[in-house]
Design a protein around this ligand. Structure first.
Ligand SMILES: O=C(CO)[C@H](O)[C@H](O)COP(=O)(O)O
Length: 228
């Protein structure tokens, strides 16, 4: 199976955790694309009443087109379950997200959610985080000053650009600075440092957040419980 097929395996298993009446956070990315399709199928066929909260305009558009009722994050203070993709997950169920530049909205939705499930293909499981460049969202004012500060700390910041070479902007109009750190030995310490940097709106370390990971493998979906 190719990577896309493995993502679909994970997404189609995760939809089993969706229950009637739930307010459901919907993540962003190619794995979530399959999830939204699978949820819409259950809404249609089983007449499930669910309400979605999205983390990007891409997901919002897809969900609405497929008939999933949607509300905004400002319309609720409680989400029952959020299902999202991830870029890396380590053995302690800590993760990196933001490959799709949506990590700020994703973190808001995830931290409003009672439960979080991540859906990934098996290539996303790692021993130590950091091979995937860690995304940060940086506000335009003083952004090169932030870059210099992070470079001085040895965090190897690189602005994310699109195929035309332009700076990628987030939903909020900010820039994405990817940190090529190699190995993140102490994710909590790095998160603390980044949280303290004025100018960085949010970073892609998602620590102590995920409850379950559904992994798409060649032999089917595997559910890993984080024990939190
Ligand atoms: O964090 C994300 C977007 O900001 C995605 O969840 C992450 O990049 C995984 O994407 P995909 O499912 O396409 O591999």
């Amino acid at each position: 199976m190719d990577q896309s097929a493995l993502k679909k395996v994970a997404a189609e298993r995760a939809v089993d955790f969706v229950e009637d009446g739930m307010t459901l956070g919907l993540g962003t990315g190619s794995t979530v694309f399959f999830l939204v399709e699978a949820i819409a199928r259950r809404v249609r066929e089983e007449h499930l009443h669910i309400t979605g909260v999205s983390t990007s305009s891409r997901t919002e558009t897809q969900a609405k087109e497929l008939g999933i009722p949607m509300i905004g994050i400002d319309d609720t203070d409680h989400i029952d379950l959020t299902i999202d993709g991830a870029d890396e997950i380590d053995r302690h169920f800590q993760g990196i997200k933001g490959g799709g530049a949506a990590h700020t909205l994703e973190k808001m939705v995830a931290t409003t959610s009672a439960q979080n499930i991540w859906i990934v293909d098996s290539s996303k499981l790692v021993d130590t985080l950091g091979a995937f460049p860690l995304p940060t969202e940086v506000i335009p004012f003083g952004h090169t000053q932030v870059e210099r500060r992070l470079a001085a700390e040895g965090l190897n910041p690189v602005w994310r650009r699109n195929d035309a070479g332009e700076l990628v902007t987030t939903h909020n109009g900010n820039y994405v600075l990817d940190l090529h750190v190699g190995k993140i030995a102490h994710p909590h310490l790095l998160a603390q440092f980044l949280d303290a940097q004025t100018g960085i709106l949010e970073h892609g370390l998602f620590l102590d957040i995920v409850n379950k990971v559904v992994v798409g493998t060649e032999s089917g979906a595997e559910v890993l419980n984080a024990g939190r």
